[in-house]
Design a protein around this ligand. Structure first.
Ligand code: PLP
Length: 424
């Protein structure tokens, strides 16, 4: 099936007389006739449900749809994108291990890696996504367990050369994990370019309606854990906390990674998505292909408008031919990139503030990538504690405005921006 059809029909095929929409199984527990039946589930001898912290049928149907969309072999939902990022790495790396990550990643992911996971004993080396081959090569260590990057970084909007990073990772016998939140599988399927694991903050375009926080992890099933047995003992040697199961042997290349993350990490850390939220996520997925296309069409027109406006100092949008990421975007996302644009208003912090006050269609919100057009001035909100010099040093200048273009009529969005720019 093509991705538009998978958005609607993937993951769930109702049988005769069953509900057309996925059922919401809002139940913590599942009943069994005998304790032998249940014992088989605990031994991972039979598949089935016993407790929603480990698995829930509603969540599994939605995860299966996302796995199909990405072209993967297995997937799981998590309570948030942050939980998905954490699990994706922690499933492979522990204290004493090392990870190579792109320096252009979501701020929350950067904190997770650079502060919280460092405290857990995992080391990170951050590399500029446009670094030289030598610099990339030099980032790897003996104990490197994976490479992490974002298809289009939030908020820097830097496009990652996925193929180059995949080749580097594979040359060192480790998988590439890609956060594909901004591109979505509608615009880019990282597995087709060599990525091994994909994660999402489903809170963004996938849900798409400001309705529910969630995350997802998808495995391509392409990484051969057994060929790198010593690097990944968690997958290739018996798990004593799970009756001595060796995940890579029992569940094969296509199932080992997600089964381990479910049976071990979800069991112990419990970052589950509520079945009701998974249902809402599925509603969002049904229109993902239509919405993403409109987000990109609208954002392209808005970016073109802004780049020609005399009061705008600069525009970053990978769909503009003048953009640094344009060539890579054309390669990886020929049908469109995302709906998020960043730009600078001439006159710096004060001009950006007065511009924001005048907006009526674009709402001020700490969020991106959903149906409603929204805007954020980091210098005045998320990065408020920093001086102008510090802001410039971290790549988020005092004049930077992040605009997430929604799916309203684009003329209304442009008129709104125009009147607010005129009022500066
Ligand atoms: C928002 C976001 C996250 C974190 O997701 P939450 O659902 O907010 O936990 C991770 N990566 C990217 C690219 C994001 O935009």
């Amino acid at each position: 099936m093509k991705k538009e059809t998978i958005c609607i029909q993937g993951g769930y095929t109702p049988k005769n007389g069953e509900s057309r929409m996925i059922p919401i199984i809002q139940s913590t527990t599942f009943k069994y006739d005998t304790s032998e039946d249940m014992g088989k589930l605990f031994d991972l001898e039979a598949s089935g449900y016993f407790y929603t912290r480990l698995q829930n049928p509603t969540n599994d149907l939605v995860a299966a749809k996302i796995a199909e969309l990405e072209g993967g072999t297995a997937a799981m939902l998590t309570s948030s994108g942050q939980a998905a990022s954490f699990f994706s790495v922690f499933n492979l790396a522990g204290a004493g291990d090392h990870v190579v990550a792109s320096s252009s990643i979501y701020g929350g992911t950067f904190n997770l890696f650079n502060v919280t996971m460092r405290r857990m004993g995992i080391e990170f080396t951050f590399v500029d996504p446009n670094c030289s081959d030598e610099e990339l090569e030099a980032a790897f260590q003996e104990n490197t367990k994976c490479v992490f990057g974002e298809t289009i970084a939030n908020p820097a909007l830097v496009v990652l050369d996925i193929e180059r990073f995949a080749n580097a990772a594979h040359a060192h016998g480790v998988p590439l994990i890609i956060d594909n939140t901004f591109a979505t599988p509608i615009n880019c399927r990282p597995f087709e370019w060599g990525a091994d694991i994909v994660i999402h903050s489903t809170t963004k375009y996938m849900d798409g309606h400001d309705a529910s926080v969630g995350g997802c992890i998808v495995d391509s099933g392409k990484f051969d854990w057994m060929a790198h047995k010593d690097k990944f003992p968690g997958l290739t040697t018996p798990d004593e906390s799970y009756h001595g199961i060796t995940y890579a042997e029992k569940f094969g290349q296509g199932g080992a990674y997600i089964t381990k993350a479910t049976a071990q990490l979800m069991r112990d850390l419990g970052s589950i998505q509520a079945p009701m939220n998974a249902y809402l996520l599925n509603l969002g997925l049904e229109s993902l292909h239509v919405r993403v296309q409109r987000h990109c069409e609208n954002a392209q027109k808005v970016a073109e408008f802004l780049s020609q406006h005399e009061k705008v100092a600069w525009v970053t949008y990978p769909g503009l031919p003048s953009d640094k990421g344009y060539a890579l975007a054309q390669k990886y996302m020929p049908d469109g990139t995302c709906g998020v644009i960043s730009f600078g208003v001439k006159g710096g912090r004060a001009a950006a503030e007065s511009f924001m006050k005048e907006l009526k269609v674009a709402i001020i919100a700490t969020h991106v990538a959903d149906a409603h057009t929204c805007i954020l001035h980091p210098a005045n909100s998320t990065h408020r504690q920093l001086t102008d010099e510090e802001l410039i040093a971290c790549g988020v200048g005092p004049d930077l405005v992040r605009l997430s273009v929604g799916i309203e009529n684009v003329d209304d969005i442009i008129d709104d921006l125009a009147q607010a720019l005129d009022a500066i």
